[in-house]
Design a binder for this molecule. Sequence first.
Ligand code: SF4
Length: 382
Amino acid sequence: MIPGAADYDVEVTVSDAAIDRLLEVDPADVDPTGELTFARNVFVPLTTACRYTCTYCTYYDPPGQASLMSPEAVRELVAMGADAGCTEALFTFGDDPDDRYTRIHEQLDEWGHDSIHEYLREACEIALEEGLLPHANPGDQTREQMATVADVNASMGVMLETTADVQAHGGPRAKSPGQRLHTIETAGELGVPFTTGILVGIGEGWRDRAESLLAVRELHERHGHVQEVIVQPVRENERWQSGTPDVATLRRAVAMARAALPEEVSVQVPPNLTDAREVVDCGVDDLGGVSPVTDDHINPDYAWPAMQELEDVADYAGVPLRERLPVYERYLPPDLRRTDVEPAPPPAEADRWVPDRIAAAIDAGNEAGERYRTVLAGGAAD
Ligand code: SF4
């Protein structure tokens, strides 16, 4: 039983036999991709408050030190991103600030918001106005919280990291794998195209990695909403000095992800945290969001590669590099999708995958709409 799954009413059953089969997979068993994709984004670290204290994380700040970006700062940053040709505003968070973050709650109150999700909604509206498609990662979300922002996001995400109970998540405010799975399942129920992933090297074992990937597969098979799964190595930083996975570990983890997931779900490695050349033959088909404007605030010690480096990775793999939007094309309505893209089956509980606001933004006759449609038409990765 996955820890916390019963507490959050998540029914995911991964059999020992399926785990055993996945553990047999190695890089030679998977086919390399015929194409690599990436999205051009701007990181918007809306708040660094977080109710958890994961021991490998340098993103969160403790109460009294955490930041909350003002609406003006959000606008300035996303406008800069749009000017630089980005398509995605990637809203990064900790996880719901708890009661210890009195200053954050007072500031939200001063700006007329009862919760961080209400404020996130305003921030997403700003991004849409300035010509970027929001992709928010606000940590674990209840159904009510996600519904507050689902119609102003092109897609959303949360890292599962692992289904194991690991010491790195320990302490009095530990996050629960069951709650993460519940968030991923809620996205499926609400018809939100979703990104998740595993974090490799935080104390989990190979069986845990296999179980995590198969749990994501099960939720995707139930709802059809997982667009990509990130295989992210933990990296050393000022809070984590317990090592980082070696290349052989990453290669095997990536190959297992490719083998575990249906073909339509992309396998992504963050090119600033790993040398993508070392794993590109193991089933990687996406290089994630790459920012020409901002740092990776989650991993500030690891600079984003320049566009030229992404092209070098694609050249090394002998495949084309194609820019994509933060929402995968199969979730778009027929008039915005290329005819050769197989549509995702419709979501069970929602009318359509992509909210009207997002579809209208992509279809708009303004500069932003043209930028989005250029990317959809296979616009050049310069
Ligand atoms: S990894 Fe995420 S949940 Fe954990 S402390 Fe950092 S911001 Fe919070």
